[in-house]
Each structure stands twice: as structure tokens, then as C-alpha cells.
Design a protein around this ligand. Structure first.
Ligand code: AHM
Ligand code: MG
Length: 335
């Protein structure tokens, strides 16, 4: 039988090589355990009561699905008692969640989008969980929101779980990007790709084209050139995909290359964009850069943006280096 490497073995070996410390390893294991529980719950579908509206709204004013609420609570509970965290921030919570006083407080901060792609739950299309880990900058004090406002380049780990035809966990602790697949019978994550690298060139793009009339000129120029195909300035054809779950679109791009765009446009300008900097853009940008790709909001490297607010939104362009660089260049030329 093929020798398989479990997530635990992989992380322990990485720790021995000095790539992460024991606390970060245990923290990643807890997140992975919560993702496994979510994968199993999601797999049960309506029999686990996950479909439909929860009847509540989150801090962003968005209607919560039952699974949004279940996923958020599961992640908060699973991560509260391990002793590795000082506090957590969730896309679904108004402010940060401190570790209850009955548990020891650790040196890390965990941020997550518990259920990304909510609109796809009820129609059985892939959804995911995105997470990001920062160091607690003030180990002696009680964590505040300000402690979470660190640029993405300071992340010590980030990743996502995708709940699709198979459940997979993709993560990085700063030494490349690794993919694990859930073996449901064993109830464990096993290494399925030791290293993920994004091809520099691509012929595939992902954008919600129904927003075209709201886009700013650099984005319209870029997409129109792709759509023009062989006859256009790019001289070749490009294919389009849009799942509507960032995790699923990014997983495809990390696997076979491509570019993902959710740019700031006239519709989202007042809010700063659609996607969230701390829960979506930063962890994905960390993974993409670790895989040899690039991430920008058009003007700035995503990982260098200093956040001003916990739920800050941002324009997002991520993926194969040559394409993302071209979008950034069009923004420079058309300022
Ligand atoms: P969510 O975290 O509330 O699910 O929202 C984020 C999602 C992303 O997963 C996805 O890329 C995007 O929103 C889709 O937006 P749209 O429906 O405008 O295409
Ligand atoms: Mg999301």
C-alpha cells in the first residue's frame, strides 16, 4: 500500500526542520480538526439542517445562512481551549473574540471566514473556510482590535479548506503551499500535494462579468483584451470560469493557473470593494505568493496594505504572475 503522510506527521516533520513552532503546529491541527467536522456536516446536506436562512444578519448586514452560523460557532468553540491563541476575529462577528479566562492564553491571533461562498450552500456547489494566523504583537496585554490590524505580509500561516467533491485543506506556514485531502473513512487529512506552484502564464480568468458596467477602465481594458481572443491584442484565446465561491475559484487557480479578479468598481467603491482584506484577500494573497503568484488591489501589493478596520474591504486581483502584473501595469498607465 502506498505510504501516506498524515497532516500530523507532515507538521511534526516541518517542526523538526525548524519551519514552525509547536504552538503554531497545534493551532493548525485544531483548525484542521474543525474543518474536518465541517466537511462531514456539509456532506450530510439537508439531513444535518444546514440549508436555508438562519433568520439573522451578520455585522456586514448580510443575511446569514444556517451553515454560516454553524461554521462560525464550530470554529470559535474548537479554537477556544487549545492554549495557542490570544484572540480570534471572524467575518461573522462584530468585534474580536477573546479566549475565555478559564483557558490559557497563547501567542497567536486567528482570523477566519468560517463559510466562504455562502450563496452556494443550498445548491450543492463547493464552499470553504479561509483562515489566517498572526502573531499577537502584545503578549502581555489583553488583545484589542488594533492588534489584528497588521499587514498581510506579517501572517505566519494561512490556508483554506474546500468542501467540494472531495474535501481538501491547502495551507502555508511560509515554506511553500501544501495540499491535504480528507480520507473520510480514516477521518484524517493526508498529504496529496507537497508543493503547489502557480504557472506564471495562463489562459483562464475568473471575474463576475455581470458587473462589467460598473468596472473602472483598467479592468475593462484587460478583460476586453482577453475576450477578443486570437483576433485581439493578446493573440490567443482565454477561457472564463466563475464559481462564486472564492475558495473554489482560487483552488482552481492554485491547481492549474489563472487569474481571479474582484476589483473595486463603481458599485462597491464606497465600501472599498466586495471582499474582505483580513479574512479573504490576505490569506489568499499569502498562499498565492507562496505558490509563486502575485496579489494586488490594482495599485498596491495586497500583503503590504496596512488595515484600518477589522472588516475592511478591498479590490482583489490574484493569480498567475504575468497576468496580475499586466493588470497592475494597466492601472499604472491609466491613472
Ligand atoms: P461570502 O464570504 O459572504 O460568501 O462572500 C464572498 C464571496 C466569494 O466567495 C465570491 O468570490 C464572491 O463573494 C462572489 O460574489 P458575487 O456573488 O458578487 O459574484
Ligand atoms: Mg467569504
Amino acid at each position: 500500500m502506498l505510504e501516506r503522510i498524515s497532516l500530523s506527521q507532515f507538521l511534526i516533520e516541518a517542526q523538526r526542520e525548524g519551519k514552525l513552532d509547536a504552538n503554531l503546529r497545534l493551532l493548525i491541527e485544531v483548525v484542521a480538526r474543525a474543518a474536518k467536522a465541517l466537511a462531514v456536516t456539509i456532506g450530510k446536506g439537508s439531513f444535518a439542517g444546514i440549508h436555508g436562512e438562519a433568520g439573522s444578519h451578520n455585522i456586514q448586514g448580510e443575511a446569514q445562512k444556517k451553515l454560516d452560523v454553524i461554521a462560525n460557532e464550530l470554529l470559535l468553540q474548537a479554537n477556544a481551549w487549545g492554549g495557542h491563541l490570544a484572540a480570534m476575529a471572524s467575518e461573522e462577528e462584530e468585534t474580536i473574540c477573546l479566549i475565555p479566562e478559564r483557558y490559557p492564553r497563547g501567542g497567536y491571533l486567528l482570523l477566519f471566514d468560517p463559510l466562504d461562498g455562502s450563496s452556494n450552500i443550498d445548491v450543492n456547489i463547493s464552499v470553504g473556510t479561509i483562515f489566517s494566523v498572526l502573531q499577537n504583537p502584545r503578549p502581555e496585554g489583553c488583545p484589542t482590535e488594533a492588534d489584528f490590524l497588521q499587514p498581510g505580509k506579517q501572517q505566519v500561516a494561512a490556508g483554506y479548506a474546500i468542501y467540494g467533491p472531495t474535501a481538501q485543506l491547502v495551507l502555508s506556514f511560509g515554506h511553500g503551499v501544501h495540499e491535504f485531502t480528507l480520507d473520510r473513512e480514516f477521518g484524517a487529512w493526508f498529504l496529496s500535494k507537497p508543493t503547489i506552484t502557480i504557472p506564471e502564464e495562463t489562459a483562464e480568468f475568473a471575474i463576475n462579468a455581470s458587473n462589467r458596467r460598473h468596472w473602472f477602465p483598467p479592468v475593462t481594458r484587460y478583460i476586453d483584451e482577453l475576450l477578443a481572443g486570437k483576433e485581439g491584442p493578446r493573440g490567443r484565446d482565454f477561457n472564463m470560469r466563475w464559481v462564486g465561491s472564492m475558495v473554489a475559484d482560487m483552488h482552481r487557480i492554485l491547481t492549474r493557473g489563472g487569474i481571479f479578479l474582484y476589483p473595486v468598481d463603481r458599485k462597491t467603491q464606497a465600501k472599498g470593494g466586495k471582499l474582505r482584506l483580513l479574512y479573504e484577500a490576505n490569506p489568499m494573497a499569502f498562499l498565492v505568493e507562496q505558490a509563486g503568484g502575485m496579489g494586488t488591489d490594482g495599485e498596491r501589493r495586497l500583503l503590504e496594505i496596512v488595515p484600518e478596520r477589522l472588516h475592511q474591504r478591498v479590490g482583489v486581483v490574484l493569480g498567475s504572475k504575468a497576468e496580475v502584473e499586466r493588470v497592475a501595469q494597466y492601472h499604472r498607465e491609466m491613472r
